[in-house]
Design a protein around this ligand. Sequence first.
Ligand code: FES
Ligand SMILES: [Fe+2]
Length: 370
Amino acid sequence: MRSLLAPSVYNSPEVFAREQERIFRRLWIFAGPRTLLTEPDSFITRTIGGVPIVIQNFAGELKAFVNRCAHRQSAIQIAEHGRRRLACPYHGWVYDGDGKVASIPFCDSLYGFDDRVRTSRHLDGVALECVGSMMFVNLDADPMPLESQFHREFLDRIAYVSSYFDDEVLVANFGGGFNWKLIFENVLDSNHVPFVHSGSFAKLLPKRRPDPVQSAARNARTPPDSGLTTDLRDMSFTAETSIEFRHWPWHDNVERFSNEAKYFNYFIYPNVNFTSIAGVFFPIQQFNPGAPERTDYSMWVLTGLQKQPNPATPAILWAQAKGEKSVIDEDIVVLEALQRGLGHGASPAFQGTYETQLRAMARNYLDRMS
Ligand code: FES
Ligand SMILES: [Fe+2]
């Protein structure tokens, strides 16, 4: 079967601009783990759908705004994360938790604004929802309810799992030279693992052959696409795989949501792979569209709740992140080469039965874009 997606959807600037509008500025998009924002005045910045966002803790309450000063549009928080009040670094305008201008240095003498003018200036608010310790933002003026995007059971599950997050978080950003959809398709494609990751991730998985496609299904008259879901909520789902998991003494210091030796995946449409390794580690990967042929990865790595502070945690997180990154680098080599081949003369992918989930995703994507 030919893929529903033409090669041009992976490299066209027009398609990219439309995705930013129809997908990334309309859906709920993951913004980061809430445990980064436990302190008053702690903040993170992100770019979502091409829009700069700041999420800031105001005396315990989290608020999200477009990170663009109401004076001359400077970013108000410049760092990726930190702890600092919401004050513009350019000319010192200070904002309160409602996004209103609380003070302007030399307001009378330099600007001549009275209180009415000053308080009429404000930041644009952005909808923010926390699902357990997972923060989501929505840039739409009239955001859809979270339940329209995700099944209730899925939300409950990620809320439960993320309630085990520790507040020491390693954050990493890096890039890949390919369209964001290729990496999401790759994450959903378990059949690449024994080939691309034969020396790394595949070693953790039990050796087994995939189940043969039933001959009845092979010979079925109804085309496999007839049952494809187009429900947006079906695009996000959970999966589990048994893994070889080696126990280390420090694991006893971690409160785990599960003690099973499993790799847990929570695919969060459109661009997050939230995973847990046996409830000990939580690597979260996000695939941000940077340009038609560039994906900006964000990765957060944390452990389950530590019962006692463990001075080795930064080293443990670093080692885990390095392991994750070396597996991702194996994907990047293949996907960058794939992207280079999507130019003139390329045809849509030719898919088999095991790629049904990709076809469902493509169907939903086309509905959303049309
Ligand atoms: S641009 Fe922010 S205070 Fe001037
Ligand atoms: Fe991979």
